[in-house]
Design a protein around this ligand. Sequence first.
Ligand code: T1G
Length: 689
Amino acid sequence: MAALTIMVDYSVDSQVAILTLDNPPVNALSQGVRQGIKEGVEQALADDDVHSIVLYCKGRTFIAGADITEFSQAPKGPDFHAVLKTMEDASKPIVAAIHGTALGGGLETALCCHYRVAVADAKFGLPEVNLGLLPGAGGTQRLPRLVGAEKATEMVTSGNPISAIEALQAGLIDRIVQGSLLADAVAFAREAALSNELPRVRDRDDKLQTARENPDFFTQVRQSIARKTRGFLAPEYNIRCIEAAVNQPFDEGLKTEAKLFRELMAGPQAAAQQYFFFAERQAGKVPDIPKETPEIPIARVGVIGAGTMGGGIAMNMVNVGIPVTLVETSQEALDRGLNVVRKNYENTARKGRISDADVEHRCGLINGSLDLNDLADCDLIIEAVFENMAVKKEIFSTLDGLAKDGAILASNTSALDLNEIAAATQRPEWVIGLHFFSPANVMKLLEVVRGEKTSVTVIKTCMSLAKRIRKVAVLVGVCHGFVGNRILFQRQYQADKLAHEGATPQQVDKVLFDFGFPMGAFQMSDLAGLDIGWSKAKSTGATVKDRLCELGRFGQKSGAGFYDYDEKRTPAPTPVTVELFEEFAAKAGITRREIADEEILDRLLLPMINEGAKILQERIALRASDIDVVYVYGYGWPVYRGGPMHYANTIGLDQVVEKLRRYQAQTGEAFWEPSLLLLDLAEKGQGFS
Ligand code: T1G
């Protein structure tokens, strides 16, 4: 075996040249890989003893795409398109041997081979849309020629991979091999050499006919994804490329793809989404936890509280096969909670995403109980009762007496002082916060709250468990509201002020919706429920929210809150709310006024950025990008804007400071005082790193 580059080896196995790529961790198409493929193909074509070629990858996967870390660097040769052209025009058949995930440029490379064989658990995708891009190496022109425009459009706009069996059925691959991938691929290449055929994907045209015969096809596609892709550029650009494949000659289509790729690559959305790709992966890394730190095996979980949160948390565990003991205080509450879990699974099964057997298996993994002592053998116990410190301390004190040694005791509190909860036990180093977001079985974000005494073993175990239950974990420190809610409090405070000063709730909400959030501040409050922490007995009617609760307007769940809701929970503005804001404004001597959307957006987002800077200053978050991960996954910040801290960098921190100062002068409120970190970075002309 001879090394072409450090990433690509060349060998010949009786007339079949084998190019072996080895560029951990995912065989990305770095410069050395492209160089090695180019030289290897040229060497094989020049060798008369070689009749066919296999492209094979070591490690866990076939090429998983272009090397994203190279995007921000000056391009280095050889040009990827040139490499692919060498392959596609080769005079000897090339076979791609695929395992793991053939994604992006990896799949595009395979599409420039004459044949593709794969192991049964391989996956195939063009996920560039998740990076704010489109497949820029012919993928949008070749994929529809093999699988048809409908399948291709679904793949490039969703970014979702397909399985090997789907790929075989769709015509994307030629064979699923059962034995050794390399040996079978070499055998396939030997057969291919005998056929004297050199099938090029670009020459295929038959699969495009269906779309050509349906003039409404692309209109229907656009309508079907409009809601989900609102505000994103890349999905539309991907559709235009597939349209080019259907309507233009191949080489013209390539030019269209190249033009649209360049436009996306140069734009802010691609920059934000590529930033976020790495931000999400960084969040899982905790610098001060030694690699050799042991993890505690989590084989059995206890959940206290079978309400919305407790039930959702239990579902996360049984979804990955971890049995749960779910404890409630009454049989009625327990039964209600278990029924909600079952209904959730039955709904999922009705959509075909899990089988009826899965429903039974998962429900069977949840053991209901009314006795906390049944948690004695759990490796992790998660408290998910309502937000009351006295109740939580009582529970943790009880757990301290019954949980086995080495059990992790976690609170799902969304804002309370975890150190105070931990102090209710004799084992604070085993206490941690696991802040799930509602609905817990759907939302990907998990704030892992590190108490001052939480051990690194407990932290490392919980960060790993988060991955296992398919959550994106962000490690946060203890303060009121941790990272997400602490920042949200600032936005909600300003939203309320704006509504007092003259903006309507629907105007405030529309500004956030148009920015890219799934819903605005007041709709979000109605969704969560206005009566959280409110009680009829103690209500003093001191705020608009209190008065709405006194009117029985608790939000979506009661059919009315800041908005009225129909049976489909569609919000409709109501004069009730505006009249209350007017009443409170009058009492406070506020002269209401028209407020421009630009001021509304500034006053909602700038305090979030400023609070994020304070959180960094206080080391409640490890990185600015962690705050962005919290906001994209936990609060619907549009990923094509990167998150509040990335967004601040795109505005320029000097601009952020200047605007904060302007509102400070306008209102005279200390609320607008820029944080010290923000001032320091702005003065240095820097951004949040
Ligand atoms: N480039 C550079 N580094 C990458 C990478 C890539 N394409 N993919 C992954 N990594 C790093 C990642 O940062 C992490 O690093 C490590 O690999 C493990 O990743 C021309 C323009 C393949 C499904 O979008 O979806 O081709 O943190 O933690 O969960 O048309 O990585 O260990 O230092 O995610 O097992 C298109 C992106 C690129 C695929 C594996 N391809 N990658 O998931 O591991 S654009 C993609 C993934 C393109 C062409 C266009 C996943 C994975 P570190 P990981 P994983």
